[in-house]
Design a protein around this ligand. Structure first.
Ligand code: HEM
Length: 129
């Protein structure tokens, strides 16, 4: 089931030359208030590392069929210092899903939808520790 997530990410990579630009465009459109948080990241390096860690978390979830709550909670706590609350932190996963879904268009399947919903539910559940 979770392998559907991997397939959807492979399609994304095949379709977009620069998924990072697209994903951050989605983030800024839905949450314009976070743009100033990245003002010191002039070369996009921090945003690249952040996206990479998030994708690794997703791929690890797909491989293990479970979320690494410990490491995710640690990242979530780190973000309190950046004024990113736990709900906003979770939104990054939702934004990636939205970007994949819109980009895939007719290639997006019901199985992918369910697999992503499962993941998002678990990420949300980890907000409380
Ligand atoms: C919308 C949600 C999020 C916002 C607004 C956000 C914001 C930020 C900010 C402001 C920084 C620090 C920038 C700086 O050092 O100048 C940062 C760093 C980072 N974030 Fe996020 N974050 C979000 C979600 C996530 C998620 C879900 C993950 C991973 C699961 C993540 C992983 C990281 C990592 C690894 C760094 C450090 C990168 C580095 O310094 O090399 N972030 N984030």
């Amino acid at each position: 089931m979770a392998s559907e997530i991997v397939t959807s990410l492979e399609y994304l990579a095949a379709r977009l030359e620069d998924p990072q630009a697209q994903i951050y465009q989605y983030l800024y459109r839905q949450h314009p208030e976070v743009r100033p948080l990245f003002v010191l990241d002039t070369d996009g390096g921090v945003r690249g590392a952040m996206l990479q860690t998030t994708i690794e978390t997703i791929l690890d979830y797909a491989a293990q069929d479970r979320l690494d709550h410990v490491s995710l909670s640690a990242w979530r706590s780190h973000h309190v210092a950046y004024e990113v609350d736990p709900e906003l932190f979770t939104r990054f996963f939702v934004i990636i899903r939205d970007c994949v879904k819109d980009t895939l268009g007719h290639q997006w399947t019901a199985a992918m939808d369910l697999a992503w919903l499962d993941l998002l539910r678990q990420v949300e559940a980890s907000e409380n520790g």
